[in-house]
Design a binder for this molecule. Structure first.
Ligand SMILES: *Cc1c(COP(=O)(O)O)cnc(C)c1O
Length: 403
């Protein structure tokens, strides 16, 4: 095992890191399953899992072994050659996603860049010179130029103009606004939304998942691509393998990342139906697309999610946590929204400081999004005992905070 110890950074030493993150002053040096540990061995329950990334838990022995084996065998050759693990990973992902063609990327934003390129090429193939994509208010699609332009959050865009053009924004859930856009803009080629807005506060549209069915209908009517950003909601998180599977429709383009590699940076853009065959040789690429190492991780993660029935567990434990929180906090002015293990607790006031309170007083790692929503994204293999521990700490903390 690795026995290299890092010398502690002195307070007067520059970190040399670009200061783009608002970091908490704590660092974890080790993890196991749902738990994180600081250098002195203090244990924290991780209900955030690196923001819906480490769904199988930290330091999963099977994934650690797969990474070690593959690293000692072959990490990368390039897409100049066949990559057997890439094909195996694509077959697995096609099986669970219902998609036909898959391109592996290295992050969520990069997967979404792929989707945006597919939409534009789809337009270009029909002779549309300035294709437009409908996107939603309060959405989050990433930090690259095209994805921050698609994002419905001014703070993400401020200072980075000129933005990438070609996006039409509508209120999330407003199907009439989409119909209206169709009348005003003959050059629309796609709609791109999240099934559940994660950064936006763990929200479905007001009409729930039937919004997706309405979008599917409009896309069929106008020959548009239906594109879903499942970077956060994918990979078992919501109690279906992909959140769209809560409905009877299938999107043409589907993106994912976060939970796909359990911490190994990898994403995917996938197509079926109208999305198939749009990108062809020379249209897209990435040096690191589907390396042997990354692909083996994806294969292993999906295999584990299947064999351990973790999608079912996410549905079951998510429902239990939501029910318990609603019951035990029924005298509080809160709203609990839950989709499998993607859970938001909306408080009646801003509660950003609860991140620190939870960590320091309850040894609980959570996140607050959209100002007043506690966001929980625990491991997909959480058991009842751990769920009870999470519920107990949350209930105590929320009651104290709102008292
Ligand atoms: C996190 C996230 C992204 C961006 O993913 P990165 O890997 O950070 O680039 C895009 N869309 C959604 C819905 C996300 O939650």
């Amino acid at each position: 095992m690795n026995n290299i110890t890092l010398a502690p950074v002195q307070p007067d030493q520059p970190s040399h890191l670009m200061p783009v993150f608002g970091r908490q002053s704590i660092s974890f040096v080790r993890g196991r399953g749902s738990y994180l540990y600081t250098e002195d061995g203090t244990e924290y329950f991780d209900a955030l899992t690196g923001i819906a990334v480490c769904g199988l838990g930290h330091a999963h022995p099977v994934i650690a072994q797969a990474i070690a084996d593959q690293a000692a065998t072959l990490i990368h050759t390039s897409n100049l050659y066949e990559v057997p693990w890439q094909t195996a990973a694509a077959q697995k992902l096609a099986e669970v996603s219902g998609m036909e063609e898959i391109f592996f990327s290295n992050s969520g934003a990069e997967s979404n860049e792929g989707a945006i390129k597919i939409a534009r090429k789809f337009g270009s193939m029909q002779g549309i010179s300035h294709p437009k994509i409908i996107v939603a208010d309060h959405s989050f699609h990433g930090r690259t130029m095209a994805t921050l332009s698609a994002t419905g959050n001014k703070k993400v865009q401020e200072g980075f103009g000129p933005l990438v053009e070609g996006f039409i924004r509508v209120p999330f859930g407003d199907i009439e606004a989409i119909q209206e856009a169709a009348i005003n803009h003959p050059d629309i080629v796609a709609i791109f939304v999240e099934p559940i807005q994660g950064e936006g506060g763990v929200n479905t549209a007001p009409q729930g998942f039937s919004y997706l069915e309405e979008i599917r209908q409009v896309c069929n009517q106008h020959n548009w691509l239906m594109m879903l950003d499942e970077v956060q909601t994918g990979n078992g998180r919501t109690g279906q393998y992909f959140a769209y599977q809560h409905t009877n429709i299938v999107p043409d383009v589907l993106t994912t990342a976060k939970g796909l590699g359990n911490g190994f940076p990898i994403g995917a853009v996938m197509t079926q139906g109208r999305g198939v065959g749009v990108l062809t040789a020379g249209n897209h690429g990435s040096t690191y697309s589907g390396t042997a190492l990354g692909s083996r991780v994806v294969y292993t993660v999906i295999d584990l999610i299947q064999k351990e029935n973790l999608v079912e567990n996410a549905a079951k434990m998510g429902a239990y946590i939501v029910e318990q929180l609603r019951q035990q906090l029924s005298d509080q002015e809160i709203t609990v929204r839950g989709f499998g293990l993607m859970i938001g607790i909306e408080l009646p006031k801003g509660c950003a400081e609860l991140v620190n309170t939870a960590r320091d007083e309850y040894h609980l790692i959570i996140n607050v999004t959209a100002g007043s929503v506690i966001r929980l994204l625990p491991t997909l293999n959480i058991n009842k005992e751990q769920a009870d521990l999470l519920i107990e700490r949350l209930v105590k903390m929320i009651k104290a905070f709102l008292a």
